[in-house]
Design a protein around this ligand. Sequence first.
Ligand code: BGC
Length: 947
Amino acid sequence: MTSTASAEIREPASGRSSGFVTTSPLPELDHLFRLFVLSWDLCGTSAQAPESTRALGLVGALLDRGARVAIVTDASLDALAPAIEAAIAEEPRKRLHVAANGGDHLFGFDHRGRPIEVVQTVDRGDVLSFMMHEIARPLGLAPEDVLVVGEAYGLAGLADILEQQLALEAELGPFAPPRDPSWVVVESGFDVAREHEIESLLTIANGYLGMRGSLAEGSSVSRPATFLAGAFEASSDVSPVPELVIAPDWGRLRFTVEGEPFGVETTSMERHHRTLDLRRGLLLREGLGTGPGGHATRIRTVHLASLANRHLLLEAVEISPHNFSGTVVVDAVLSGDVKSGSGSSHWAGFEPRHGLVGPILVGKTHGGLELALASRTTAADPGSLEMRCEREVGPVSAMERCTLHVRLGEPSVLHRVVGLFTSRDGTAPVQRVELLERQAAGTSFDALLADHVAAWQARWKQSDVEIDGAPGIERALRFALYHLIATVQPHDPRCSIGARALSGEAYRGHVFWDTEIFMVPFYVHTWPEAARTLLLYRHLTLDGARRKAKKLGFEGALYAWESADTGDETTPEFVRSPVGEIVPILSGLEEHHISADVAYAIWAYAQSTGDERILGEEGAEILIETARFWVSRGSVKVDGKFHIDRVIGPDEYHESVDDNAFTNWMARQNLRYAAAIARGVGSAKAAALGVTPEEIRHWEEIAARMYLGEDPRTGLIEQHKGFFGLEYVDVAAYSPRTVPIDVLLGRERTKHSQVVKQADVVQLLALLWDEFSPSARRENFLYYEPRTAHGSSLSPGIHALVAARLGLLETAARYLEQTASIDLGNNMGNAAGGVHAAGLGSLWQAVAFGVAGLRTAPEDPETLIVAPTLLPGMRRVSLPMQLRGRSLQVHALPGEVEVHVTSGTAPIGLTAPGKAGATHTVRAEPGRAYVARREEEGFLAWEEIEP
Ligand code: BGC
């Protein structure tokens, strides 16, 4: 098939019960449709007839592949239900809709495959526009992705169309874009102004490295970059702090079609789509364009960074000449011609080589890191493709130049396997990369791809969140989890996660509290091993924290506000503002809550996983050293309280403040945890750690004396000393705005106002929820929320979380939307610098801890509190959650909440809030399922149900 066509949609013919017809003859269907709207009143055939069974079987197969299907039928759902149940399994049924009774009742199906009514009455004549409105639009489906099949084709014709679609998918193999719109990010066309932001969003990564989704052949604005996790070199910034190493560009491909370069700026593009396949971790691209010589060519590519073997990078290329037979040259390049955004070249030199199986680029950075990259390009089917590849090496590059004889209408497919090792992986990176290439040569490309897809599948099984009724949030959450999964290296404690993950150069790859407070909770509950590794990074960098404390005249450990590889402070002292001003940065000197944030994360991890080992070993050391820091950091003043002066809290608009509440409360927790651990490990171990009983008592005393800034009457907390006396500014009056509020108001006025950059006291509520009374939670949220300008991506997600817990549904929904759009909608205007990893983590927290209302019971970590609050429009939120060695699956529905204990060896407590402050708890056994049904403002007692 050579062209794309979808069935044309005509306006509904009045008086027809099914509401629409389609044109004949059969359209050519060389496009993978994502939503099928099928008229089922075909020839009055019964639902059990063989034609119906065949067609329903094919519907099931399409649903299995992620497509959405809407069946419009004159019949009632009851008449169709048995046939649907027989043909379609429960899982895929979730993507099916049935508009029964001529379309006036629209049903969906829940997680158990039971029908749920979505909408009751539809104007019978308007079913199609209703479908577009109710199903296609919320999923962000383009009209070209919707196939409407009307009565004209008959049941057999319908089945033929569906079969053709399935066959096309098989034919496309890895190049087939996913059907399910809630698992993709699609960028169509080419927009110079948005290109840098798109490169960030479409990053592919595997924790070992991350590669921006730049166009393989480049463009005038492309900024490709491959980051090596944990590897840093000096930047050329105003303050030359370390920055993530930019590895040689391995994904570069150049296409020459009959002597003319093929690319978005040289070729007239009829079609150009880039698709990030979140489920399989692939970046797909399709470009159909005609060069100046009139040669029309379609090029499809797939790029991936293998999650099964993190040293392996794969590319597949399909070239289809549309109106000629001739020559296409593909250059597959390894290029060391790379510079960082700060203008730094990290590479001291390169030594390109002709390797045993393909070209190799060997390089060494100024800091002494050695790297070896090897590439091997082959024809997918050597028997049918005329191709000759030559190797060329230049001073800083190595490449394969493959000349293909392409034939009209016949796709030619190439595979490229790239290997990467550095001296951080051990000795002899060149030998290792050659060995890897040789091993890969003995395995089929499809098998390497399948291993990668299987690794992603395993991760999604532990992580995927479904939100029925809020497709935009569901997709944004998958986008968030995709990046969080892709950016963590679960076995290497030398790497943590930078503020922009492995997707961009903002903040130079530095690690902030973003990791421990915003991202780690996701890993704790879906990938505890990764969470542990991230925390061990703080143990490896503890000496850096000790050095910083000492340098500033304190005891113990003060973590770097911005951390790189050694743990020494890497916050730049100055930065250049967008208007060229040199601005001093005080966070490295004053933002000290980081030490307590690390301590909090260790404690919370141990509580939620039951990993006592970390508390006895590395965690103990961290808690003790950070507690010592706090003791030295403040002092008891005349009021008998312990005060901490001159800090920056999360709200960075207010620098050098005294008694920032967030800092003091978190420091108090840090001291308490340290005391509990030092008591818990026993006196011998405590003595080995150099802790005396007097020191423990001292921590406890300081914790008890900590100044908390709380009004005992109202529970309102003053963000820092003097905050209540500052100028009130109506933040809402400055919305909507495209520049941060501190720029609008000016730094000085902002500093002397109550405008808060990001969740600060509200952040405290989220973290230490059980320390506050219900009225104090409410009071503080209602006071600070209108004063907060969300000048940081860390802020809206936490507001969504707290608002959901407080039952402020509209507010929660608004902040959830805002969080979901930080990268996908670039609503902060700076996604070009990379995705906002903390914002992504906060989206998960807002849904898991806020909407689904999950948290461990304060008095018993073996009990999970389950208190969901579905936001407007949500029909179901389902998510997996790991807790102390058990795997749970939670389904929150408007009328009930179900919890399945899918694995574990011992029961776990589940507590749901009942009426008037009562609670219901059940000891939930592994392998069993429980439901609590809602009654008015609480839940009834748990009942066991069929799993
Ligand atoms: C925020 C910090 C955050 C940093 C990195 C800043 O704008 O105020 O809280 O850690 O960005 O994301």
